[in-house]
Design a protein around this ligand. Structure first.
Ligand code: GLN
Length: 208
């Protein structure tokens, strides 16, 4: 029997339930992360959209800021969307705030305007199917991308989906669309990176 990779989904605030449903639809297991012990044994991580300042406050209150940072620096696959992406950015503006700095990007919070300007927009991408859309909700705008970060999709001229190593980050909300290609892309990357480990764990358990 093969154990599917386990994806930890930060569940302090925001859109974690839709991420879990989307990942489960791809056959992945999920676990809600609310405190440090929840991080043990996860194969991949999702930082959902929501409100990044509230998430920062709750990460502090729950004693999760440090432990989550340690896990992030192990290089496991990460999908960060919207507020989650803000938490990873090297530089945050409007206003500036604390972040893990894992991704060499500058983001401007609410850079596409407020709720009134939110909506779905067609993305330009060479890795996503033609016509793929992204739902932007008080989304951050990426205004600078480091040379070691790859832009996978744009909205007009703006980068909106970027990748550095195992970290994939989107300004929009793939979890709101059933079977969005970005969730599929992440699920494939998780399987590629963790599949062997998950199978090996299962074999070891079977032999124990
Ligand atoms: N505007 C939010 C922030 O700055 C992000 C919005 C979202 O995650 N949809 O944290």
């Amino acid at each position: 029997m093969v154990t599917e990779p386990l994806v930890g989904v930060l569940a302090l605030q925001g859109d974690f339930l839709d991420h879990e449903a989307a990942l489960q639809a791809h056959g992945l297991r999920t676990r809600q992360l609310r405190s440090a012990p929840d991080l043990v044994g996860i194969d991949a991580l999702v930082l959902p959209g929501g409100e990044s300042t509230t998430m920062l406050t709750l990460l502090g209150v729950e004693g999760l800021w440090g432990p989550l940072g340690e896990v992030l620096h192990t290089g496991l696959p990460v999908l960060a969307t919207c507020a989650g992406m803000i938490l990873l950015a090297e530089r945050v503006e409007n206003p500036s705030q604390r972040s893990y700095g894992l991704l060499p990007i500058t983001v401007v919070r609410n850079g596409y305007g407020r709720q009134l300007h939110s909506g779905s927009f067609v993305l330009q991408s060479e890795v996503l199917p033609r016509g793929t859309t992204g739902t932007f909700i008080r989304a951050p705008r990426i205004t600078a991308v480091g040379s070691d970060c790859t832009v996978l999709a744009r909205r007009g001229d703006d980068p909106v989906l970027v990748q550095k190593g195992a970290v994939l980050a989107a300004c929009f909300h793939p979890e709101l669309q059933e079977d969005h290609p970005v969730t599929a892309l992440f699920a494939a990357q998780v399987r590629a990176r963790c599949g062997g480990a998950a199978v090996a764990t299962t074999r070891a358990q079977a032999l124990a």
